[in-house]
Design a protein. Structure first.
Length: 251
């Protein structure tokens, strides 16, 4: 029983880890169809090397067999017009079932969708849906977000999505340099109530911006924007992340 439970937990953690015509808005000097988070990133002057969209939602309090998960997966696949790159990965035991779909959106973004259902010893159950999307360039970020919402919400209901932008700077940033990057991004996004701190290897600040959607509650505060950095000594570089509404848990 313990090994089975451990396997389920590891499965979930692995997923979470992994996991045109334009008009110009002169206020922000970027196309209005771009995601506002990009305006904050561009203000920092750090090359953008990573874009990630992720979402995770509890669907119900029922145990769903693989065949039922497949119906949901097939519906999402059709609505997204997902081009599969591998056969679906499925599995089912007495108290655990899952489905993973992997594909791409018109070769502009890699997509992994997972559905999993768990039932415990007292017959309480939960079913979850998650997605990780890796757009290949910033120009398709807003379009991809809209496409995901239109595909998921008729199937799952409101489906919260988080966006993370990432880049690196060679060497080790000082606390002052990191603070300056954070302030540049936050000022551009017109934040209120920023909070956080840093040391010589790691830092994290959170805030609220009326330009961004979504929210999470952190220590009694509503936030929808986070900046973080982490120095990686083995590679001698500093990873920098800007996310909305919050940084991923593994950071």
């Amino acid at each position: 029983m313990f090994r089975s439970l451990l396997r389920k937990i590891l499965f979930s953690l692995c997923f979470l880890f992994l996991f045109t015509m334009r008009y110009v808005d002169l206020t922000f000097s970027v196309p209005i169809h771009d995601h506002h988070l990009l305006t904050g990133w561009e203000e920092m002057g750090v090359p953008l090397t990573e874009i990630q969209i992720e979402g995770w939602k509890k669907l119900n309090n029922e145990f769903m067999a693989t065949t039922q998960l497949m119906k949901i997966g097939n519906d999402l696949e059709k609505r997204l017009k997902l081009k599969k790159v591998a056969p679906p990965l499925t599995g089912e035991e007495l108290d655990f079932s899952y489905l993973t779909l992997e594909g791409s959106l018109e070769e502009q973004a890699q997509v992994v969708i997972t559905l999993q259902s768990i039932r415990d010893e007292i017959d309480q159950a939960e079913t979850f849906c998650g997605v990780i999307v890796l757009p290949d360039r910033k120009e398709v970020l807003a379009e991809t977000m809209l496409r995901l919402k239109r595909a998921f919400e008729p199937v799952t209901g409101e489906f919260p999505l988080a966006v993370m932008l990432g880049g690196v700077k060679p060497g080790k940033l000082t606390e002052g340099e990191a603070y300056h990057l954070m302030k540049s991004a936050f000022k551009r996004l017109q934040v209120t109530g920023s909070n956080g701190g840093a040391d010589s290897f790691y830092g994290r600040w959170s805030a609220w911006s009326n330009l961004l959607e979504g929210k999470v509650v952190r220590e009694g505060r509503n936030i929808n924007l986070e900046f973080g950095y982490r120095y990686e000594e083995t590679e001698n570089l500093t990873r920098i992340l800007l996310a909305s509404p919050a940084l991923p848990g593994y950071f």
